[in-house]
Write a protein of this length. Sequence first.
Lengths: 378, 265
Amino acid sequence: MCAEELDFIEKYDLLGCIQCGRCTGGCPVALRTPLRVRCFMNDTQNEERLEELSEKPEIWDCTTCYTCAARCPKGLEPLEVLIGLRSLLIEEGKVQPTVRDALESIFKDGNPWGSPRAKRLDWTEGLEVKTLEPEAEETTDVLLFICCTDAYDPRVMKVAQALVKVLDAAGVDFGLIGEDESCCGSEVRRLGEEGLFEMCDEENVELLNSFNVNRIVTVSPHCYNTIKKEYHGLKHEVLHYTELVAQLLEDGKLELSKELKNVVTYHDPCFLGKQNDIYDEPRYILTRIPGVEFREFDRCRERSLCCEGGGGKMWVESESKEERLAEIRVEDAKEMGAEIIAVACPFCLLTLEDATKVKGVDEEMRVADILELLAEAL
Amino acid sequence: MNMVVCVKRVPDTAESEVHIDASGKDIDKSRLSFGINECDNYAVEEAIQIKERLGDSTVTVISMGSKESDEVIRMALAKGGDDAIRLEDEAFAGGDGLATAKALAAAIKGLEYDIVFTGALADDDGYAVVPAALGELLGVPHATYVKKVEISEDGKKAKVGRELEGGLMEFLEIELPCVLGIQTGINEPRYASFKGIKQAAKKEIAVKSASDLGLDASEVGEAGSWAVLEKFTLPVVGEMAEILEGDPEETAAKLAGILKEKGLI
């Protein structure tokens, strides 16, 4: 470990912490794991304890949902301290094999799922989609940034397919990067691999800037957050698909003719809501689908309960045997009589759908991305 | 303890479609990604762990291949390797495991070593020849499919466990210096961070040709091989092959019927 990395006090403004406990008080995973981020804000001030603290398994329980930072009265970001501790382990090479494999796969093939680059467009089979050429003379309106999970996961690729159908129906001029598209690096940064994230930042900015497009639209809120807020030197505007689709509906460019006679609730993804204040667009879209009866979770919008899919948690299993937050979410949805939990994030889709199976309610309730519901209503 | 680890950069074919290229002697690698041979990754980890355990040790990384192999060498250096040598020469092309072992042996002979680690076999050609041939050429004992290594206190011997079938392990006592062909699963390879790999890029990799190693072109590569690859062909679907069609339930029932009919179950 080098001295620069050890300087936690300065890097995370630790002396600004007043130990009020609002971070831990609102932390969703504190419900089920021993993680108390307030303690880490205090303990990491002692340089000599950093190594010992980095070896505590609960630093991997953090989903980086951002509740702690949103609630901090001093404007600090406690989650970043946990990411900093993860970085110490990464530099020592001491990470779980699943994390190692995901990171090596990103380095080698540009995705965390251990799949070859040559299969990145498999999800487009049967669809007619334009692949963009760098430095093209003609401007394309929208560059679709397809998340690795949407491109490779057999369940989630249906969401990307639905997006293509919806944009086609609305007559949007769009294109894909193709096989050269690489992981945005959101999970890389949150797993603590700073160096690899810098590579993702540099290479993706250069690639994205090479396309003659008006704007970039992402499928995942994780890509959205990172490309919009964490990249350096990007010249294009970045939108999440919910922003684009809400606009298309408002402008009357997207017509929904079929009814979806279901009770639908919406689970706010942390990276869309808490971290980017996009709460209204998803609700606007859902309530425009004919037949939908929309109901809210008690814990919604800023207070929404995290699904535990972010922050690298797709590759780290918590040691806790307590009920998963996604299972609590599914129970709440069942209680309110929801037949569909709508989401707008690939990780939320996977964690919540899994929870419906664990809870044995997958026959009576389904989890679907907003895009899938839209495609059904076209 | 002075250790040498031999690593190979190989294409990753586990998840990819593999096609024979126009020459008929190789696969089309244009759309494949490359990385360290899986067994070799465990060999690197084993050497680094021994270095960490014993202290006062060196790990030299050797690879045969083009400049692109520097990537896997750097990864091994980032994990704790000290020096690196890359063997590159047109004369090395098309060699079998024996020809590869000749070049490696020539490079290793000039070094002080107690243990030479290799992977048990390579993911691409799967010959599994290098550790045995290397031991023979260096005139030292070797063990293959090694899944456990314990160095004696005086550092003169090692107790090694070889993986046999059915979960059995064969234990041997082997005198150092020796060559050990490492099998996957012996340890849990660590992660090499991006910063670590970049840092390792500052270390020099000594590049050596056949003549640098005192080898004649006729001794290495295809010319120096006992086994020469003539061509790849896809297995021909013969008349005896029957493809069962239908959903899993139907095909399972058909398969069970056939097995019963032939008196196999």
